[in-house]
Design a protein around this ligand. Structure first.
Ligand code: HEC
Length: 156
């Protein structure tokens, strides 16, 4: 009997230790937040290369266009895996809204749209298809807004 009591006390002790450890971790920003924010900055960088080119404000450059499209494709592929449960605004400094974890399938599907649109642009750039690239660019831009409007806290 004494043995079981001691075991139980031990289990409670371990429980408190585990709780204390995870509380300590929660006090820090989850690493995924900084990682996904970096990838989103890469998205922004890709758009800064592509937008003037598509508008004809910068000369068409198939190689630069292909690189930027590939960067947007890879950023979306990686970022999609960086929104695990427990990385919302209650757990860290993030503009991600709680709606992401309420409607995760919808959120992930918009990443898939970005990946598909960007992959299509990579193919068009490799074929030096300027007209096709410019026509396909809108789908990439729309994927950003389609996600930010419902799922990202607007900047104040
Ligand atoms: C499926 C959703 C989704 C898609 C698609 C998406 N974003 Fe985001 N974006 C977010 C979320 C959520 C945040 C906030 C991340 C955070 O703070 O943790 C964000 C943040 C950003 C930021 C701010 C990064 C920072 O913290 O400095 C930029 C810039 C950005 N996105 C650009 C883009 C561009 C450009 C595209 C399209 C090429 C794009 N995003 C596509 C969801 C998305």
């Amino acid at each position: 009997m004494k043995y079981f009591v001691r075991q139980a006390a031990f289990a409670v002790g371990v429980g408190i230790l585990v709780a204390a450890t995870s509380f300590g971790a929660a006090a820090q920003n989850p690493a995924e937040i900084a990682q996904r924010q970096e990838l989103m900055k890469a998205n922004g960088g890709a758009m800064r290369v592509l937008t003037p080119m598509v508008r004809g404000e910068a000369p068409w450059n198939a190689q630069a266009a292909g690189q930027a499209a590939a960067s947007a494709r890879d950023a979306a592929t990686k970022a999609k895996a960086l929104f695990p449960a427990g990385t919302g605004p209650d757990k860290g400094q993030t503009a991600a809204l709680p709606a992401i974890w309420e409607r995760k399938a919808e959120f992930d599907a918009i990443f898939d749209r970005q990946i598909a649109a960007a992959s299509n642009l990579v193919t068009l750039a490799a074929a030096n298809n300027e007209a096709g690239f410019k026509a396909g660019f809108a789908a990439l831009g729309q994927s950003c807004g389609a996600c930010h409007t419902p799922f990202r806290r607007p900047a104040n």
